[in-house]
Design a protein around this ligand. Structure first.
Ligand SMILES: Nc1ncnc2c1ncn2[C@@H]1O[C@H](COP(=O)(O)OP(=O)(O)OP(=O)(O)O)[C@@H](O)[C@H]1O
Ligand SMILES: [Mg+2]
Length: 577
């Protein structure tokens, strides 16, 4: 519970204190309402007549009118205050939820590429939905618990005024019972941890299954997949039911104890302590309200404890997502760049011991088309990720016109770069949005121009709603080649001076590829183009080629030179094709 309290205190202590004060006010008004029952009962000749002289001096109708009028007024004011408190409380809780999700969003969107790729999408989605929801729920329960504590304290005060021994007896029993059920509260925490595990597994499985609908049918394993889904899905129910069975035990014990206590109070106060009847009625009334509070403390603490693991998981993720360096951006301008060079670049992924790049050196000149060749896993995509500044070298440097790329100038450099990744991204949005989300200032004319340049206009103009046609999840309504052309249009819209194409033409048909070559040739001279290619037809477009092997540049030269090099990689490719 403490970590959640600390979170509330750190985030908005002012609103929190106001809510607490408001709660005290509402509870005091409720308390006065209860105390007022004494004179009312008195006037019904229940209990001893010990009312102040000025009050008894008033006529009967006036007395009743005054008492009942005050009572109704009190209840009305209390009801209005309670409503206002409920609004304040909910506003506070919504704000806290927003803040927590906002913090997570900022951590994710500002995280370094390396710390992000180490996480699964399903894990992050689970954090945003299930875990954040749990934390908000936990914080709400903390506030409700504190509110019930305030109410309990005030009702306890009233009970103390009525009878010290009886109140002491009830409190002692209540505290003993809270102590007895301590282990159950600890178990709630374990339940919270178990639920996080199940929820993660569920999201992961769901994402896997949604992504593999086609393959599942193709392999005919629908039943096996359904069984997997049902197993994880049912584990929610099993865990929840176990928790409910455990956590409802105290409720039964508290209810029985309450009946025994009320019977005891009745006997003790009528036989031994001689509490007056009016006070006895109020005492029983107070305990009938006080006791459920004790019982609800147990339940509330259990619920809060079950949300603590979600909070801890959230904190852990926030600390593990290293932010991309916030180094003050220097006023670098790379728009006129001429040469980008890898200077003995070493790089190792976080969770692997071996270096993926082991001292890579090469130069790239503006205006040339450079092909990167090499076997699968040689390090081509990694090299490109470094060139784009997603990853930073462990040692060595990438220099643009002699100036090393660092966290301080990387954003300026990225503005020069257009990138078509190996697995092109199509958003579940319209064609237009798929382009303008990444270039917010682009006009419709520019969008169409880029689509034409990427040979995408021919199919976009035939879509039912043209630019505004929704493309579905991952661009499901486009063919593979159409997707590649759309992503190329997105890149061209930014008018980059360096274009990196990671096997971006693999799905293009013969005609499109020829036209694509023309687009690339048009860029020739103005921008540098880096092509990662496994096909000879793509490599032929290049002026120069590099062969990457084991994280270093093993061969380099013009395409013609490499194609004729005996035993060379490109010569092997020519031989095969
Ligand atoms: N996120 C990652 N974490 C750990 N290792 C990685 C990661 N991404 C790539 N690697 C490893 O780095 C090596 C180089 O991968 P890279 O993607 O750069 O190869 P590539 O040359 O582009 O291959 P391909 O032709 O198959 O696309 C591989 O051994 C790969 O397993
Ligand atoms: Mg690759």
């Amino acid at each position: 519970m403490k970590p959640l309290l600390r979170e509330i205190w750190k985030s908005d202590r002012r609103s929190f204190l106001v809510i607490l004060l408001w709660n005290i006010g509402v509870s005091i008004l409720g308390g006065i309402g209860i105390v007022m029952l004494i004179p009312l009962l008195n006037m019904l000749q229940i209990g001893d007549n010990r009312l102040p002289a000025w009050f008894t001096a008033l006529g009967y109708p006036l007395r009743v009118g005054l008492l009942l009028g005050t009572y109704v007024l009190l209840v009305t004011v209390k009801a209005l205050l309670s409503r206002s408190l409920a609004i304040r409380q909910n506003h506070f809780l919504e704000e806290t939820g927003l803040r927590i999700r906002g913090k997570l969003y900022q951590a994710v969107s500002g995280a370094s590429w390396e710390s992000l790729i180490a996480r699964k999408d399903s894990e992050l989605i689970n954090l945003f939905t299930a875990q954040c929801g749990q934390v908000s729920y936990g914080i709400a329960e903390v506030i409700y618990l504190l509110a019930s504590l305030v109410t309990a304290a005030i009702q306890l005060g009233i009970a103390l005024m009525m009878s010290l021994p009886v109140t002491a007896l009830v409190c002692a029993t209540g505290v003993c019972m809270l102590a007895v059920f301590r282990p159950l509260r600890k178990k709630s925490r374990e339940y919270g941890e178990e639920m996080i595990g199940i929820s993660r597994a569920f999201h992961e499985e769901l994402q896997n299954q949604l992504a593999s609908v086609k393959e599942v049918r193709a392999y005919g394993v629908e039943q096996e997949h359904a069984a997997l889904y049902e197993k994880i899905s049912a584990s929610f129910q099993t865990a929840r039911m176990r928790y409910v069975r455990q956590s409802t035990v105290p409720g039964v014990v508290y209810a029985v104890a309450a009946a025994l206590l009320i019977a005891g109070i009745y006997l003790v106060s009528t036989l031994g302590l001689r509490v007056e009847t009016d006070r006895l009625v109020v005492l029983v009334y107070v305990f009938a309200r006080l006791w459920p509070l004790f019982s609800s403390f147990q339940g509330q603490i259990q619920e809060i404890n079950s949300t603590v693991p979600a909070y801890e998981k959230l904190k852990e993720t926030l600390s593990e997502l290293c932010p991309e360096s916030k180094a003050a951006q220097t006023a670098a301008d790379f728009s006129g760049w001429q040469e980008a060079a890898f200077d003995s670049v070493h790089f190792a992924y976080r969770d692997s011991e071996a270096e993926t790049l082991q001292g890579m050196s090469f130069s790239l000149w503006r205006g040339e088309i450079l092909a990167l060749l090499g076997r699968n896993g040689a390090g081509k995509t990694t090299a490109v990720n470094l060139l784009l500044g997603f990853l930073l070298p462990k040692s060595g440097a990438i220099r643009v016109d002699g100036q090393a790329l660092t966290a301080a100038n990387i954003r300026a450099w990225r503005r020069q770069v257009g990138y078509v990744p190996q697995d092109p991204l199509i958003l579940n949005a319209s064609v237009r949005e798929n382009l303008t989300r990444f270039h917010p200032g682009a006009t419709e004319e520019e969008v169409i121009c880029a689509l034409k340049a990427a040979m995408a206009w021919s199919f976009v103009s035939h879509l039912p709603q043209g630019l505004d046609t929704p493309l579905g999840d991952r661009g499901i309504r486009l063919s593979g080649g159409e997707r590649q052309r759309l992503v190329l249009a997105r890149v061209l819209l930014g008018k980059p001076s360096l274009i990196v194409l990671d096997e971006a033409t693999t799905a293009l048909d013969y005609e499109s590829e020829t036209a694509f070559h023309q687009v690339i040739q048009r860029m020739h001279g103005q921008a540098a183009v880096v092509l990662i290619a496994h096909r000879l037809s793509t490599v032929r477009m290049a002026d120069r080629a590099l062969v990457v092997e084991g994280g270093v540049v093993a061969e380099q030269g013009t395409v013609g030179e490499l194609a004729n090099k005996k035993g060379g990689y490109l010569a092997g490719m020519v031989g095969v094709e």
